[in-house]
Design a protein around this ligand. Structure first.
Ligand code: HEM
Length: 364
């Protein structure tokens, strides 16, 4: 990643982060989920450059799907259903993109099923190697015998994980880096905290006892929460009432009513966050004794709340902290003058034009 950064001095930070999180994922255990979806061996075993290929190719395909899903939120249901039936407009490109992804996943899953069969016959069904366990194997185990595996179930699980995990972290980190670049005092405090807790120059994160050290980064945690509060990557959501219900506000909701709520607005409401709700203040998340304040998910809604909340909340924080420590401790990022930063209109709160920065090596 260092090479990548120093080779280009003016690049989109979004792209660095996408690459950084991806490379990081490849090295950690929870990549098993992603392996099911995007990683035949050639993707995760080869050197960094190879990782970019499926990413770039899929960027466009996923963007089309995102556009179509957003469109479904703003037009009446009958209209997009009709367009889907006629195969016109955004629904047409949605179906085409879906087919590309299906084909790709079909190849990945088939090759994994073959590998599993080979492994099974080699080890005569007796091998119980925990170190080699991944999401695919977990699903196989859950479903019993390999032959009973439902391809559609594997495909849908894979696509669910890819879509859920693909952009949230990189979008959050883009806003985060923009916020700290425009708040130099916050950046200085984060750097100080990193320097106090990561004295080693060692670069192998796996051997650093990273989790313990990361949990000491209280101020960084607060800053990331602030970025998520002000720029939640999932900016709005909807729920549908199964039965009639009454909202806490007293509003009656009848069955099948779609209720939209804006996570973006909730993060900026004075009645929830106080008078300084529009300010970027990591201190908000730190108690008097210096630890992080617990804020209930129904208030800090970026990961949603209740039974359908994000399954990867904790690991996402770890990832975002690792990327921040890796980037900030080595590189100084200055915003490119005149570059316009604004959100895109989408189901994910991307930066419309990305975040352009000048990257220079940090002199300690
Ligand atoms: C900053 C990072 C992230 C944020 C803010 C975030 C936010 C959310 C939100 C708001 C939901 C609820 C969506 C809905 O109800 O429609 C959700 C669900 C989910 N997220 Fe995340 N997410 C993040 C990262 C990830 C990552 C890295 C993964 C891993 C692949 C992931 C996996 C999931 C899954 C599987 C669900 C569906 C849970 C369910 O429906 O029961 N998320 N996330």
């Amino acid at each position: 990643m260092g090479l990548f950064l120093s080779t280009f001095s003016k690049i989109s930070l979004y792209k660095i982060i996408r690459l950084a999180t991806l490379i990081d994922l490849i090295g950690s255990n929870w990549v098993s989920a992603i392996r099911v979806a995007i990683a035949t061996p050639k993707f995760y075993c080869e050197k960094e450059g190879a990782l970019l290929l499926p990413e770039v190719a899929f960027e466009k395909v996923f963007n089309k799907i995102e556009d179509a899903i957003f469109y479904r939120h703003i037009v009446p249901r009958w209209l997009w259903k009709l367009q889907k039936w006629l195969q016109i407009g955004p629904e047409k490109s949605h179906s085409e993109s879906q087919q590309i992804i299906d084909k790709f996943l079909h190849e990945c899953i088939s090759s994994r099923l073959l590998d599993e069969e080979k492994e099974k016959s080699m080890f005569n069904n007796n091998k119980n190697d925990e170190s080699n366990f991944d999401m695919f194997k977990a699903l196989v185990k859950e479903n019993g015998e390999m032959k009973q595996i439902d391809y559609k179930f594997l495909r849908d699980t894979a696509i669910n994980l890819v879509v859920a995990g693909r952009d949230a972290i990189s979008a959050t980190l883009s806003w985060f880096f923009w916020l700290i670049s425009t708040h130099p005092l916050v950046e200085a405090k984060i750097l100080e905290e990193i320097q106090q807790n990561f004295t080693t120059k060692q670069e192998n994160w796996a051997t650093l006892g990273i989790k313990d050290n990361l949990s000491k980064l209280v101020y960084l945690h607060g800053a990331i929460c602030e970025a998520l509060r002000l720029f939640p990557p999932v900016p709005f959501e909807h729920k549908c009432a199964v039965e009639s219900d009454i909202l806490p506000s007293g509003v009656c909701v009848s069955p099948n009513t779609m209720v939209y709520f804006s996570l973006y607005s909730m993060g900026r409401m004075e009645q929830i966050w106080g008078k300084d709700c529009l300010e970027f203040k990591p201190e908000r998340w730190i108690s008097e004794n210096g630890s992080n304040i617990y804020v209930p998910s129904y208030k800090f809604i970026a990961f949603n709340a209740g039974p359908r909340s994000c399954l990867r909340r904790n690991i996402s924080f770890i990832q975002m902290k690792i990327v921040t420590v890796a980037l900030l401790s080595k590189f100084q990022m200055n915003l490119v003058e005149g570059h316009r930063v604004c959100p895109s209109v989408s189901i994910i709160l991307h930066m419309k034009h990305g975040l352009k920065v000048n990257v220079t090596k940090r002199v300690n």
